[in-house]
Design a protein around this ligand. Structure first.
Ligand SMILES: Nc1nc2c(ncn2[C@@H]2O[C@H](COP(=O)(O)OP(=O)(O)OP(=O)(O)O)[C@@H](O)[C@H]2O)c(=O)[nH]1
Ligand SMILES: [Mg+2]
Length: 294
């Protein structure tokens, strides 16, 4: 390793649903963070590590900051603040269709107080007219960002130079993590998240938000992986919704989760799912601790 090697932490921040996890996965070329069309999909800080011969970038995908209505939200906010504190570069993402929301204004004033290089991405430009993009870029350019880029992460527009731009802001450091690692989180965590992603994709209203998934056992055998997981919900009335008529919903959930896990882990998966109730877990500190929101 020579002294031109760059390494550092990059937090990706922005309102729920703007595309933070989509960006991180795309930059990494791996599905490390789960994605859904619903806001508040990411609940914890998810680290994704990219290493090559010149650099190691540790991306911190954060939960979008939310008004703390639940103890869970207080935790989500704490993850965000810690990520900002720890990072060398901040990537702020906003939705071209909606910018500037109240959320954006609050976030930008929080970012203003941090003396670190900041990049603003005006995302989802595939969904808006060019003249609107131009107006919004002007507004962003008047703010405290080193770079402002219109982008469509989904369509790859303006995506190619981004990694290099981020790298140029990183300090010269030896790598922090083993070059083989793509995350510091255990496989159990990814299994949990992939089940939670399917819940976000398959259920409506309160169900995704009232669900938490815990992998109780994870056994790797030579030709398959056996996983048993609990889906914790908040109310008795939510159980029949998750199970579906004759168990059809949970069967489909299990099948889709197995398929996603197979893609990530490269081995046949045998998944068992159990639905359990812990009343109002989102409001309870000890339940959150038990569910891994430390
Ligand atoms: N049209 C369009 N959709 C996008 C683009 N980038 C991301 N999306 C979609 O936006 C939705 C939200 O993406 P996520 O990556 O889960 O958003 P997030 O910011 O991580 O959201 P939270 O985890 O809830 O804070 C998904 O349905 C993505 O496919 C884009 O450039 N264009
Ligand atoms: Mg996310």
């Amino acid at each position: 390793m020579n002294n031109t090697f760059r390494s550092g932490f990059v937090s990706i921040v922005g309102k729920p649903n703007v595309g933070k996890s989509t960006l991180m996965n795309k930059l990494l070329g791996e599905k490390v963070s789960i994605i859904s069309p619903k806001p508040q999909t990411t609940r914890q800080q998810v680290k994704g590590i990219l290493t090559d011969e010149n650099k190691q970038i540790i991306f911190l995908d954060t939960p979008g900051f939310v008004e703390a209505r639940y103890e869970l939200h207080t935790k989500m906010l704490e993850y965000l603040k810690n990520a900002l504190k720890d990072s060398d570069v901040i990537v702020f993402i906003t939705d071209a269709h909606k910018f500037p929301t109240n959320y954006d204004k609050k976030m930008c004033s929080l970012l203003n107080s941090l003396k670190k290089p900041k990049i603003a991405l005006l995302n989802k430009i595939d969904l808006v007219e060019q003249n609107i993009v131009t107006g919004k870029l002007k507004e962003l350019n008047e703010m405290d960002f080193e770079k402002v880029i219109p982008i469509s992460i989904l369509n790859n527009s303006n995506f190619s130079g981004l990694l290099e731009m981020i790298t140029d802001f990183l300090p010269f450091n030896p790598p922090f993590y083993d070059p083989q690692e793509i995350s510091d989180l255990p496989m159990r965590f990814f299994a949990q998240e992939l089940i939670r992603e399917q819940i976000f994709l398959r259920f409506r209203d309160e169900i995704p938000y009232a669900s938490s998934v815990i992998v109780e056992s994870f056994k790797e055998l030579p030709n398959k992986i056996e996983i048993s997981a609990n889906i914790w919900i908040e109310r008795k009335s939510q159980k029949p919704i998750i199970l579906g008529k004759g168990g059809e919903k949970i069967k489909a959930l299990k099948k889709a989760s197995e398929k996603e896990m197979y893609k990530l882990l490269g081995k046949r998966i045998k998944l068992e799912l159990w639905v359990k109730i812990k009343a109002n877990w989102r409001k309870k500190k000890n339940a959150l601790r038990e569910f891994g929101y430390l």
